[in-house]
Design a protein around this ligand. Structure first.
Ligand code: SAM
Length: 282
């Protein structure tokens, strides 16, 4: 790291409840020379609330690559900059990837100031396994593309986490029912940390029925969590070549038993023939 350079701080901000800002986030936001924010007006409201008045640079999905150079040159001249997004942790379905990557490539210190993240907040209360999970972010808006993306996850055994817009929730649940089956367990975490927070856990079909009956609740911000695929006893069952051969050898001549075992196991006949001979000799 170049000591003359400033630091790029990646600072998480609240996802609803302003009291979720961390003490360190406030300290860093007060300490840096500038703040890079997704939406400058939105950032100004948050920063004013905490009495922080700093020059704000805009950095959003559509200008990020073009703004990287300007931001990094400030840092290379010794300024420190804090990157924030509209809510939660920057880079998590938010801008910042190009900036942090370019900063690291230029040996600029990139320091995390962790805090709220909707995906993690939802996982922490969903009651689904959290030892292994996959974050899938936003699904494609078009139904066929959404179906294709979800189909890749059909046999995913880890808990899956999606971000979704309220007006798309019913359509997404319907595609999920097609791909994962109506009985798959889901959790809809809505408006976390806010006044109308709700966490609904049920089968996909029941979640869909609930929101069909309560269309007035189809607003706010939503995380969908989906239980992973659980292998059935049949899918988990594995048999050894010896087990297959011993059943077949008990009923059939050696050549036929080996031929059938080869078809069942997808193994070469000569390998199975050797095994069968060894088993006969025992
Ligand atoms: N960077 C953010 C984070 O750390 O969670 C996520 C930003 S992404 C553009 C916004 C999406 O996050 C929303 O559409 C929603 O899916 C989810 N989200 C954000 N705040 C939320 C909240 N309070 N409750 C539920 N979901 C939320």
């Amino acid at each position: 790291m170049n000591k003359k350079h400033g630091t790029l701080y990646v600072v998480a901000t609240p996802i609803g409840n302003l009291q979720d800002v961390t003490l360190r986030a406030l300290t860093i936001l007060k300490q840096v020379e500038r703040i890079a924010a997704e939406d400058t007006r939105h950032a100004a409201i948050l920063l004013n609330h905490f009495g922080i008045h700093k020059p704000i640079l805009s950095l959003h999905d559509f200008n990020e690559q073009a703004r990287v150079e300007a931001i990094l040159s400030h840092i290379e001249q010794g300024e420190s900059i804090a990157l924030i997004s509209d809510a939660g942790t920057p880079l998590i379905s938010d801008p910042g990837y190009h900036l942090t990557r370019a900063a690291r490539a230029r040996s600029i210190a990139v320091v995390p100031v962790p805090g709220a993240c909707a995906a993690i907040a939802a996982l922490s209360v969903a009651g689904l396994p959290t030892d292994r999970f996959v974050f899938e972010g936003f699904l494609p808006a078009k139904t066929q593309a959404c179906f294709n993306r979800l189909s890749i996850l059909q046999h995913e055994s880890r808990t899956m986490v999606f971000y979704e817009a309220p007006h798309r929730l019913l359509a997404t649940l319907s595609v999920m029912c097609q791909v994962f089956g109506e009985a798959r367990e889901a959790v809809i975490a809505r408006e976390l940390t806010k006044q109308y927070e709700s966490v609904l856990g049920d089968s996909l079909a029941a979640c869909q029925a609930y929101y069909e009956a309560h269309a007035e609740q189809l607003r706010g911000e939503i995380v969908i969590l989906l239980a992973g695929h659980q292998a059935t006893a049949l899918e988990e069952k594995t048999v050894s070549p010896e087990q297959v051969l011993s059943v077949l050898l008990a009923e059939l001549p050696l050549k036929q038993a080996v031929s059938l075992a080869s078809e069942i196991l997808g193994e070469r006949k000569n390998v199975l023939y050797e095994k069968a001979l060894a088993m006969r000799a025992e």
